[in-house]
Design a protein around this ligand. Structure first.
Ligand code: TYD
Ligand code: MG
Length: 482
């Protein structure tokens, strides 16, 4: 390979260039290139051609003294990690500043320390006094967590190598760490990568589990250490709306567990509270009887989660109508809109469309198609959907409603929360039989659903007789139908 003279490194993805340029060709980000000293960015140990030493080769069946997993005791956290922290593994926890990463990890480390494990918390951002203040607020001051405010990776590793190997080490945050082996400034990609590498090596060698905290940029990428994402065993992302109290912990990557589980927390004055029944939380602030809202019976990982979808369909004043979606895949929304137009005669090209998933949840299932369609049509014709109904089903391009997995679990959760009926795919009805606990309203095609909602719109004189603007929409819609 040709000798590299690159000295401008993209701070987002780590690609290197020998000239400055505005845009990184590798990841497409603008203004992320920063000058770094490439000649010294290769660790000294690699540059000096030292003679290799021999090491012992091991068998696959070797046994480790301790349980390979360390459960934190926080059910929601353990659910996302897949049952606890794996020995010798490194986990990256990303999230916006102020979302509660330090709070979550202070709580988790305290529980483990109280259970008798050696747990170390290294803060590179806050002074010891600040960390103590938080622990005091959380009522955890007496937990025997070992605490330090340090940023030198070499010093940290030397300290941790002393005495019994800690079961868990928290590094808060990886962006503040620096190592002697490279000369770039702390926080640069080269530093973050080298520091993470050193810590990962220590974890593998010692068997301690390490949690690295990473900051997230505006667009949700773990800043700088996107390169770190490839190096660690698991990446968890801690999300939430600043204005709301819900926090969702989600596995983005997990070598030792599932990636579709979520952990739900609520930020209170006394730290994070685990929410074992998220549906209750997501439905707690429902606007009953408002047009444009539908309850989706979803599945997150192994757990059913009911959540409200909110749609607003309003006449546009723009040449190209707006389509905005929060918490769902925009291309899925475009598809549902296209199917509504093509097969159900619902004309939406003159309308702005907004879709929002309540509570800051992000839905990835196609099963939300039917609920989204119901909410959209309900908003368009200004007819509220029945308040005791849940919706789920995938919509195909032909307008058929297709079955989805785990029908029974979805229905059980809905019945438990007091819902009276489910609008679901035709073929799913046979799957559960008659003892579902709630009325089943099967729809074979989206056209049926649209007709039912439109009929409700026309039958409700109270709804229709309001403002002239509201009146206009159902009328126009009925013309389309006819
Ligand atoms: P923090 O854990 O410091 O966030 P991060 O490490 O992700 O930057 O959390 C900071 C926010 O959480 C701050 O706005 C205050 C709030 N908070 C509470 O509401 N209750 C609490 O008990 C604690 C400790 C923090
Ligand atoms: Mg913090």
């Amino acid at each position: 390979m040709a000798k590299s003279t690159a000295s401008f490194v993209c701070q987002s993805c780590g690609a290197a260039y020998n000239r400055w340029q505005g845009k990184c060709d590798a990841c497409g980000e603008w203004n992320t290139l920063a000058e770094e000293d490439s000649a010294t960015s290769v660790p000294v140990s690699i540059r000096s051609r030292r003679k290799g030493r021999t090491f012992a080769l091991e068998s696959l069946s070797g046994k480790s003294q301790d349980a390979p997993r360390l459960a934190s005791g926080m059910t929601e956290l353990d659910r996302v990690t897949g049952g606890g922290f794996v020995r010798g593994s490194v986990l990256l926890v990303g999230g916006d500043p102020g979302i509660g990463k330090s709070t979550l990890l202070t709580q988790a480390t305290s529980m483990l320390a109280r259970a008798g494990h050696r747990v170390v918390y290294i803060s590179g951002e806050e002074a010891v006094a600040q960390v103590r203040l938080r622990a005091e607020r959380l009522g955890l001051s007496n937990a025997p967590v070992q605490l330090a405010a340090e940023t030198s990776v070499e010093d940290i590793i030397a300290t941790l190598s002393d005495g019994t190997v800690p079961r868990l080490i928290v590094i808060d945050s990886i962006q503040t760490m620096w190592t002697d082996t490279v000369e770039s400034a702390p926080g640069t990609v080269t530093q973050v990568r080298a520091s993470a590498q050193a810590l990962i090596r220590f974890a593998k060698k010692s068997g301690a589990a390490i949690i690295l905290v990473g900051h997230v940029t505006k667009d949700g990428q773990i800043a700088g250490p996107r390169v770190v994402e490839h190096m660690v065993d698991a990446v968890l992302s801690f999300e939430g709306e600043g204005s709301q109290q819900f926090r969702i912990l989600r596995a983005v990557k997990n070598r030792f567990g599932p990636t579709d589980e979520i952990g739900v927390f609520e930020m209170t004055g006394l730290g994070l509270r685990e929410v074992t029944n998220p549906s209750e939380l997501f439905l707690s602030e429902r606007d009953l009887g408002t047009p444009g809202t539908a309850v989706f019976a979803g599945i997150e990982g192994t757990r059913p989660v009911l959540v409200e979808l909110q749609a607003l369909v309003a006449p546009t004043s723009l040449g190209t109508p707006r389509r905005a979606v929060v918490g769902w895949d925009p291309s899925r929304l475009s598809m549902v809109l296209a199917v509504l137009e093509a097969h159900c005669g619902v004309k939406l090209s003159g309308h702005d469309v907004y879709l929002n998933v309540a509570g800051g949840l992000r839905i990835q299932e196609p099963a939300a198609d039917l609920a989204a369609a119901a909410a959209l049509v309900s908003s368009l014709v200004n007819a509220p959907l029945p308040t005791d109904a849940v919706y789920f089903g995938e919509v195909s391009l032909s307008g058929a409603v297709r079955p989805v997995a785990q029908t029974a679990a979805r229905l059980k959760e809905a019945a438990k929360l007091g819902f009276g009926r489910a609008i679901l795919p035709e073929s799913a009805r046979g799957e559960v039989g008659s003892d579902a606990g709630l009325a089943l309203n099967a729809v074979g095609g989206l056209t049926t659903l649209v007709a039912e909602i439109a009929a409700r719109g026309s039958r409700r004189p109270g709804q229709e007789g309001t403002a002239g603007e509201k009146n206009a929409t159902p009328a126009r819609f009925r013309r389309q139908e006819g």
